[in-house]
Ligand binder design. Structure first.
Ligand code: ADP
Ligand code: ADP
Length: 228
């Protein structure tokens, strides 16, 4: 599903963010990515949805080698991967419905199918009654639910989330985590970078720890392992 072999990433400014990473993530896994700030977690995640390209090494996503993937095929890869960000990245002038429908409109789905799909994901995240609201009219937790709905509306095989609860209070974070668990329970591979020790320690999932651009720990039923 996601295979990295000896992956390096050095940015244009000379900073080496990843220093030889090899991992294998199978379909349906739930993986936490932990580590100090600046360790390389976001870079690791950006490589998976090809927001960044590796300097060296091999990355296979669903058996497709990203190195030889033609630019015009990148949108197809992105459809297999839903992304959730810490700061939601919703389009502020569009309604909740439109923010989610957008992902389907760009791939030319029929209006009927769009309507059914959008209402289905809104139901899943518990926001059916707020379809006409704009992001500013929602709480942070609700905005994150919208961004989760947007990420899954294409039914991607992989959902990746970069500190999705970073801007949310603990109670709201737990609600969001329950939604992610539900999505994973339906067979979607879930990869999440997080600084939340409480969440990682209570969920007992696979934990990959990255420090200074290297995988220093990779455990099933793992723990957060840091004091802060
Ligand atoms: P984390 O998500 O663990 O905080 P990042 O992957 O964001 O780590 O960053 C790893 C290192 O790469 C840091 O030193 C960071 O400053 C650097 N870095 C991240 N993005 C860029 C970029 N676009 N250009 C240059 N350096 C970057
Ligand atoms: P930007 O990088 O300036 O946010 P993009 O064109 O990359 O613009 O993305 C447009 C919108 O779609 C943004 O809100 C972004 O967060 C979201 N987005 C991009 N890629 C994905 C993806 N694979 N899954 C879900 N949302 C995505």
């Amino acid at each position: 599903m996601i295979l990295m072999k000896d992956v390096y990433k050095t940015y244009a400014n000379g900073v080496t963010a990843l220093n030889g990473i090899s991992i294998d993530i199978k379909q349906g896994e739930f993986v936490y990515v932990v580590g100090p700030s600046g360790a390389g977690k976001s870079t690791f995640i950006k490589l998976i949805y090809r927001e960044e390209k590796p300097t060296d090494g091999t990355i296979l996503i669903n058996n497709k080698d990203l190195a030889t993937l033609k630019e015009k095929k990148v949108p197809y890869l992105r459809r297999e991967i839903g992304v959730v960000f810490q700061d939601f990245k919703l389009l502020p002038k569009l309604s909740v419905y439109e923010n989610i429908a957008f992902a389907l409109e760009v791939i030319g789905e029929s209006p009927q199918k769009i309507r059914t799909r959008v209402m289905d994901v809104l139901e899943l995240v518990g926001l059916k009654n707020k379809a006409r609201f704009i992001p500013d009219e929602l709480s942070g937790g609700e905005q994150q639910r919208v961004s989760i709905a947007r990420a899954i509306v294409n039914r991607p095989k992989i959902v990746i989330a970069d500190e999705p609860t970073g801007n949310l209070d603990p109670e709201t974070s737990w609600e969001i985590m329950k939604t992610f668990e539900q999505i994973n329970a339906q067979g979607t591979t879930l990869i999440m970078a997080t600084h939340s020790r409480e969440i990682v320690n209570s969920m007992k999932k696979r934990v990959i720890a990255i420090e200074d651009g290297l995988v220093v720990r990779d455990e099933y039923r793992g723990e957060y392992g840091y004091e802060i």
